[in-house]
Design a protein around this ligand. Structure first.
Ligand SMILES: [Zn+2]
Length: 66
């Protein structure tokens, strides 16, 4: 039981770091359309792309990989 709880803690903190990277540093939008609209408004439509976030169930903008 002790082992399981420790192991579980490791997984949880790994997920927390993942959320930190993908959510807290970025704006979240309720719809893909809203995220795209913001990118277009900033003249970044060709630089940024949208993705659905499994953690906060919103949409984020991220720089397109080249
Ligand atoms: Zn998110």
């Amino acid at each position: 039981m002790d082992w399981w709880l420790r192991h579980r803690g490791d997984i949880d903190s790994a997920v927390d770091r993942d959320i930190e990277r993908s959510c807290r540093s970025k704006d979240a939008y309720e719809t893909e359309e809203a995220a795209r609209a913001v990118a277009a408004m900033n003249g970044m439509a060709n630089v940024l792309h949208t993705y659905h976030c499994v953690y906060c169930d919103n949409w984020h903008l991220t720089r397109q990989k080249r």
